[in-house]
Design a protein around this ligand. Sequence first.
Ligand SMILES: [Zn+2]
Length: 317
Amino acid sequence: MGKYAIGIDVGGTQIRMGIFDADMQLVAQQKFLTDADSTAAELMDFLAQQTKQMVEKTGLKPQDVRGAGAAFPASVDTGRGVTLESGNVVCLVDQPVRDMLEQRLQMPVIVDNDGNLAALAEHRYGAGRGYDHMIYATLATGIGGGLILNGQLYHGMHGMAGEIGHMFISDSTGYPCGCGVIGCVDSISSGTFMARYAMDRIKEGEESRILDFAGTLSSVDMVAVGRALQMNDPLALEVVNRGAEYLGRMFHSLNQIFDINIFVYGGGITNLGHRFTDRMIASYRHHSLIDQKYPAKFLPAELGGRAEMIGAALLVP
Ligand SMILES: [Zn+2]
């Protein structure tokens, strides 16, 4: 049996793939931009072609590889290997991605949600090492996550557990979420929707440095918000505090359900820095009565953008 495993991470903006040896050391890796306009079949063709080329370029034979794991930015029925919903990559809706990849790669393939796989990787090699229970949260363009219960990734009944971004948090302050519901924490605190909120407040006439940094209203993003935040721009502060407040509530609800207060968090919007994460943690501590007795640990993720790819490779038995 081959000693190498492939990890593939299909993100909303980029694709990463790597080859890992038996000690989970990365021996090769490649990065590409995700083509948002491709069909599912075209995307799978591309992934398979690039994977095969990477194996060949590394000097390995197909039989040296025991299988591939793949992370998708979608809710995934892991048992059937089917992606169900995807806010970021529309072509992934209701696609039998496992079978499509197995057919093309001619090797065993296991698929899962990207948040789950980042959780798996952070638990094994990152900030969650040594904890029996842990909740991982991706705070990025969208909000995702994964649950480690009793040392194992928890999948739920249909393989879709850990979609913490769709936790219902308020029916009055959110925009319609990508999933169709109004009031998911994603629709308030994700990078996409924090930027949308900033944009709408500026449209209403709010003066802000955010616009100076963004250039035009339609280019308002969290980088512009972050730069305005550094200048103590009042709107940037409002946007960031609002997002952080609801994330704190999300973590509080998670702790109430699971009695887990080890929270590992990663993702692009943590680049906003301490003012954002401190406010998020303060919101949690404000709402959680049990926190004085059992203080939560909020741990920054350690594996960065590679977590999903590492987690994907860890799926390969
Ligand atoms: Zn939602």
